[in-house]
Design a protein around this ligand. Structure first.
Ligand code: NAD
Length: 359
């Protein structure tokens, strides 16, 4: 029996509720496929501030680093909104990304057949299905570059620097090409190489890496065009590879065309250490503690963990199939409710998914 050690960070708001449901699903997967998942719960975010005075206690970092993987619910809430920036709950996320070296952010945007009504695009545009994986560089570029302010003749000025080194581009490009091999073998590189020198280097490296992947089709889009194309013809795209800042924008856009925020998982990977798996939504304080949260985004994040961290493809597929099966029965949490469907709460949604899991 294989044993996997998972650090769990339930966090704040709906985080604990969706994490509990996800652990139920993982435990059932363990029973069905003969694995043992061991959990160590740690503090991060607002609850960590209340308990220790800091959003990311060192003990949390140490335990996450020693684990095989990290599962995170969500952090944040109005109680902590007035704290200075370095003590805000969200600092825990940036801290964990840095400490774990999570340079690759994977955000799938998949339109489930049963939720086609939730897609804001015209039915004929979405008819071919939407299954895009945005691969975003997560630890470089403008969000981490040199920045500052100075006085000029035109008043105070501020700058941020977009800089990428060859190795930073190479490693994220390889993640995208490797993923494409397991999917539809199509990578779209998104940059701004018509204007930015950093994008020109980015594209040169992507073209270089592509030589090792002759089986993968590679094309390129400038970011401004990319934001138009994914709502014009979303079915054309498979893996979209891009920088930290462009990926921030593109992944939000891609996720919204598939409907609810409560459905969307994410994975953040390093080059071999533990990855971090979390829903893309926040702590949703407006519905916390009311059994209203959709746990599917976190449950699908656990499926990504099984696939990308533990190489348990069959087990990941079993979770995805169970989610699809439950949606097909018409069960819906409030965020994905539509006329004629059956309303369920967080716990019931978790139980229904567990009941649909097959070994
Ligand atoms: P949010 O994602 O928490 O909520 C936005 C809206 O979506 C709300 O109406 C909420 O009820 C709904 N929603 C979110 N997740 C849902 C789910 N699983 N099921 C049903 N409905 C869901 O974003 P926000 O309101 O801007 O932020 C709330 C707090 O979360 C803030 O403190 C913010 O900083 C924090 N946040 C944390 C993360 C994270 O932990 N990764 C990400 C984003 C925001």
């Amino acid at each position: 029996m294989a044993t996997f050690n998972i650090a769990t960070i339930p966090g704040d708001g709906i985080g604990p509720e969706v994490t509990v449901e996800t652990i139920k699903v993982l435990d059932k997967i363990g029973q069905l496929f003969g694995h043992e998942f061991k959990y160590t719960e740690v503090l991060a975010g607002g609850c960590a501030i209340d308990a220790t005075g800091h959003p990311l206690p060192q003990e949390t970092v140490n335990i996450c680093k020693k684990s095989d993987s990290v599962l995170l619910g969500a952090v944040g809430g109005w109680q902590w909104d007035t704290l200075p920036g370095h003590l805000r709950p969200e600092r825990a996320l940036l801290g964990l990304r840095g400490e774990l070296g999570l340079y690759a952010n994977l955000r799938p945007a998949l339109l489930h057949d049963a939720l086609k009504d939730a897609c804001p695009l015209r039915p004929d545009i979405a008819a071919g299905g939407i299954d895009i994986m945005v691969v975003r560089e997560l630890t470089g570029g403008m969000y981490f570059g040199d920045r500052g302010r100075k006085q000029t003749d035109l008043g105070e000025a501020a700058w941020d620097t977009e800089m990428y080194a060859v190795e930073e581009v190479r490693r994220i490009a390889k993640v995208a090409f490797d993923l494409a091999r397991k999917r539809k073998k199509h990578v779209t590189n998104v940059d701004k190489a018509n204007v930015l020198e950093s994008s020109r280097l980015w594209r040169e490296v992507v073209l270089e890496v592509a030589k090792d992947y002759p089986d993968i089709t590679l094309d390129h889009l400038y970011i401004d065009n990319a934001t138009m194309q994914i709502i014009r013809d979303p079915g054309f795209y498979d893996v979209m590879l891009t920088t930290n800042m462009f990926g921030d924008i593109l992944s939000d856009e891609a996720s919204q065309i598939t409907g609810s925020i409560g459905m969307l998982p994410s994975a953040s990977l390093s080059g071999g250490g533990p990855g971090m798996y979390e829903p893309i939504h926040g702590s949703a304080p407006d519905i916390a503690g009311q059994d209203k949260a959709n746990p599917i985004a976190t449950i699908l994040s656990a499926a990504m963990m099984l696939k990308y961290n533990f190489n348990l493809d069959k087990e990941a597929a079993a979770i995805e199939a169970a989610v699809t099966a439950v949606l097909a029965t018409g069960a819906r949490t409030g965020d994905i409710m539509s006329p004629g469907m059956r309303p369920v709460g967080t716990k019931e949604m978790g139980d229904l998914i567990v009941a649909q899991l097959k070994g």
